[in-house]
Design a binder for this molecule. Structure first.
Ligand code: ADP
Ligand code: TZD
Length: 582
């Protein structure tokens, strides 16, 4: 090669070295903001983006279906207050992830769904591109915010915008659209570096107004039968010590919503969980901390709340529009829970009067009675095993490992686990949440295992498990310490329904599955350990062994197919049939 050509080649190599592109800018923007994990599923146009993430030291956890990757990202966001990242291909991959994004928004979990998209000019003229879809507009109704980045120099600011939107104020799901062309756009490396944005103070404190704090404390002081209700917003806020101090210093009985279990240990003397209906009906002033008065709380009215007796609410929330959403709120306290609770503690001082013994005594009495009744039910050993006897075994094993993450879905499997399995540490219980959605099981389990590095026990109905069951392969591939327990009663709710049309005798009932299915064999296909258990003693041994091994395992728990009720405790939400015959 001539000296001139050599020099030209060297200069162009140097120039090439000094260029960056969309791929690098996306990954560098995420890393620049401390994001180190992506949950996703590869394909056109994001395969190289995933490869680059891995090459640049991030973890890319590859799934078998985007909904599960999205659920993993959402729970990672809830656990860490950093947005969990889900990455998908265009159109169908995006739509698969969108369910998880909508669920994250509904539950107030911070997450970002990043999807590659097809060529803008073809999509917009609807000329039929590969995986064509106007993803940005499709995402908008289901996300807290949705953005598209069209120019490589905007990647830094676009990612920053997505991060801030996901975690500030009420957390939620954000959609970020990355057209394929963007990824290969090049930019001068130095300019690229300068375009990166580190989000300063992404979760700013929001201090409540002093008069709002005073109003709340005045109302609390006037209460005869006060109650504190802790929601998953309170768990998310990571203000654990102050929340505990508020409960203990005030002496007020409290109820945790399902994902707030463990914020204070469930065996805390002030927990009123064992007489939930009594305290909801009888309390006169209720302080909600990070909990919405939605269907899970009977919208704050009616018989559950002791109507027609008047009830007054104090509500601590970061979202001002949550206030008065269902019933009038006497004392709203708007701000982040950490700041609100610490302001309340400061205002309470040391001489805050404890609730009357008449109230706490009545609660203690009922609690004791109900707990004794429950203990007697749990002690029974019916054959076949039922939810109670199996959960007694699970409860006793999990009590020895309070650090373990518990994932829980199903109908009866959810209801019974929530009331029987105590939690002792905050943010260890992840369940079907605000929607009562099925399908979060394996996604949440993988997300929780990856983020915490601790074991996960997923307690699943056999129907619930089916929605994400293929991720057993993912669990085995990444060698995650996830033990899945399946309450196998041969169907949705239970397996003993009749077939209503005897003329089609070969068709099974609408709620039924294959009888005697061996879910434990599924995990063996991928190298995991399967157990088939039929008694509490076998359950106890299998669960202890599986947790101790720290390897992927699945316990097929055969329970009475008659155990359980239609829709669990939500039977009344089924519309009533108006006619007996059409
Ligand atoms: P649960 O289902 O446990 O009752 P919800 O999901 O209904 O809980 O309610 C959570 C509430 O917590 C939401 O209204 C949300 O705005 C609020 N929230 C979430 N994070 C914070 C925070 N850091 N500070 C204040 N409020 C918060
Ligand atoms: N689809 C989705 C996405 N979410 C849902 N909640 C449902 C369907 C309806 N559904 C429930 O609400 S619970 C449930 C379904 C299908 C499963 C109940 O059966 P299971 O649990 O086997 O998981 P149990 O213990 O047998 O009740």
């Amino acid at each position: 090669m001539s000296a001139g050509l050599e020099q030209a080649a060297a200069t162009s190599a140097e120039q090439a070295q000094q260029m960056t592109d969309g791929f690098h800018l996306v990954i560098n923007s995420l890393k620049h903001n401390g994001i180190d994990t992506i949950f996703g599923l590869v394909g056109i146009p994001i395969t190289d983006l995933a490869r680059l993430a891995q090459a640049e030291g991030m973890r890319f956890i590859g799934f078998r279906h985007e909904q599960n990757a999205g659920n993993a990202a959402a729970i990672a966001g809830y656990m860490t207050q950093k947005p969990g990242i889900c990455m998908t291909v265009s159109a169908p991959g995006f739509l698969n992830g969108l369910t998880a994004l909508a669920n994250a928004t509904t539950n107030c979990f911070p997450m970002i769904l990043i999807s590659g998209s097809s060529e803008r000019e073809i999509v917009d003229l609807q000329q039929g591109d590969y995986e064509e879809m106007d993803q940005l507009n499709a995402a908008k109704p289901f996300a807290k915010a949705a953005y598209r980045i069209n120019k490589a120099e905007d990647i830094g600011i676009g990612v920053a915008r997505a991060i801030r939107a996901a975690v500030s104020g009420r957390p939620g799901g954000v959609y970020l659209d990355l057209p394929a062309q963007l990824l290969s756009q090049t930019l001068d490396a130095e300019r690229g570096k300068r375009s990166l944005v580190r989000v300063v103070d992404p979760v700013p404190r929001q201090i409540p107004a002093p008069d709002a704090v005073k109003r709340a404390l005045d109302l609390l002081r006037s209460a005869k039968r006060p109650l504190i209700l802790l929601g998953k917003g309170a768990a998310y806020a990571q203000a654990d010590a102050d929340i505990r101090a508020l409960v203990e210093r005030s002496g007020i009985p409290y109820l945790p919503m399902s994902m707030a279990k463990g914020l204070l240990p469930d065996n805390h003397v002030q927990s009123a969980s064992a007489c939930r209906s009594f305290v909801l009906a009888e309390a006169d002033v209720v302080m909600l901390i990070g909990a919405r008065l939605n269907w899970l709380l009977a919208h704050g009215k009616g018989k559950t709340w002791g109507a027609p007796a008047p009830k007054q609410f104090i509500q601590i929330d970061i979202a001002p529009t949550e206030i008065d959403s269902n019933v009038a709120i006497a004392a709203p306290v708007i701000g982040d829970i950490g700041s609100c609770v610490s302001a309340l503690l400061a205002g309470m001082g040391s001489g805050f009067g404890k609730p009357a013994a008449e109230w706490t005594g009545a609660i203690a009495e009922r609690k004791e009675k109900n707990m004794a009744k429950m203990a007697a039910t749990l002690e029974k050993n019916p054959s076949p095993m039922n939810y109670h006897s199996a959960l007694r075994a699970i409860r006793d094993v999990l009590k020895t490992r309070p650090d373990i993450n518990v994932v829980n879905e199903g109908a009866n499997a959810l209801d019974f686990t929530r009331s029987i399995v105590d939690m002792y540490q905050p943010r260890k219980r992840f369940d079907a949440g605000t929607w009562g959605i099925m399908g979060i099981g394996m996604g949440y389990s993988i997300g929780a295992a990856v983020v915490s590095g601790l074991p996960v026990v997923a307690i699943e109905g056999d129907s619930a498990f089916g929605f994400s069951g293929m991720e057993l392969e993912t669990i085995c591939r990444y060698k995650l310490p996830v033990v899945t327990v399946i309450f196998n009663n041969n169907g949705v709710y239970k397996g003993s329904d009749p077939n209503l049309n005897p003329n089609v005798a070969s068709d099974v009932p609408v709620t039924a599955f294959v009888k005697g299915a061996r879910y434990d064999k599924m995990i063996e296909a991928f190298g995991g350990v399967g157990y088939n258990v039929t008694t509490p003693a076998e359950m106890s041994k299998a669960l202890s062994d599986a947790i101790a091994a720290g390897k992927p395992a699945l316990i097929n728990a055969v329970i009475d197919e008659n155990a359980g009720t239609e829709s669990g405790r939500l039977i009344n939400l089924n519309p009533k049939k108006g006619a007996t015959k059409t």
